[in-house]
Design a protein around this ligand. Structure first.
Ligand code: PRP
Ligand code: URA
Length: 242
């Protein structure tokens, strides 16, 4: 499938004029206020090019996915509230800073979401991590919930929900239902995602407008098997087993 129904833009360093930059497909913009798309920098586009390539082997797929996951986590943390925090420096001066306001935890949608746990741990030392096992039926694309194990006090935490792929949206929406059933307010949930379809993002925005979605890229759409296109194939298989 051609990528020409998606926007193309000159990609390259700021100091180069647009006429001297190569063009690349960049994320489809979306009208939903709750969806934040990472800036389409040359670095991000190059990393995504690596993981989308069918010829990229597993070791490189893991390495470059991890780099994008790190960018997502760093950006996701910018969406958490902070409070004023003044400190004194070693030279005796005060510095008016901030610190994070509340407790957080990660929740991964197994299996593929587990790939994002290390990136979260690298930024948030000893962060608690819960798990929700949801699997999409290969024939119907409908999600099925098998298992969940979440921190007992999750209702008092900000939750970073982790899943690299948002296709029909079925799995992520089901995960939000689980979190809400444990008392987590929608506005305390942040969904970190590598690639989203416009359909999945819209479902999310319609159903849970207060959940913030931080994604690296919104793709063109879904194919007849509800795979994201141009996408990157099956993330879980490429990260864990292929
Ligand atoms: C993938 C992916 C999401 C889901 C996205 O997982 O990681 O959880 O599909 O599709 P959806 O938006 O249409 O629900 P999958 O169920 O294939 O399991 P895996 O993580 O074990 O690969
Ligand atoms: N799950 C994936 O891993 N990839 C897709 O494109 C859709 C669901």
């Amino acid at each position: 499938m051609a990528s020409d129904s998606q926007p193309q833009a000159p990609v390259g360093p700021e100091y180069r004029p647009a006429t001297q930059k190569p063009k690349a497909t960049v994320s489809t913009p979306l009208p939903h206020d709750n969806v934040h798309i990472l800036p389409q920098t040359p670095q991000l586009i190059a990393l995504l090019t690596m993981i989308r390539d069918t010829n990229t082997g597993r070791a490189d797929f893991i390495f470059y996915s991890n780099r994008i996951i790190r960018l997502l986590v760093e950006e996701g943390l910018n969406h958490l509230p902070v409070v004023e925090h003044e400190i004194t420096t070693p030279v005796g001066r005060n510095y008016a800073g901030v610190k994070f306001e509340g407790k957080i935890c990660g929740v991964s949608i197994m299996r593929a979401g587990e790939s994002m746990e290390q990136g979260l741990r690298d930024c948030c030392r000893s962060v608690r991590i819960g798990k929700i096992l949801i699997q999409r039926d290969e024939e119907t694309s409908k999600p099925k919930l098998y298992y969940d194990k979440l921190p007992e006090d999750i209702a008092d935490r900000w939750v970073l929900l982790l899943d690299p792929m948002l296709a029909t949206g079925g799995s992520a929406l089901m995960a939000i239902d689980v979190l809400k059933s444990r008392g987590v307010p929608e506005e305390h949930i942040l969904f970190l995602n590598l690639i989203a379809s416009p359909e999945g993002a819209k479902k999310f925005a319609d159903r849970f407008p207060k959940v913030r979605v931080v994604t690296a890229f919104v793709d063109q759409g879904l194919d007849e098997k509800n795979y994201i296109v141009p996408g990157l194939g099956d993330f879980g298989d490429r990260f864990y087993t292929m």
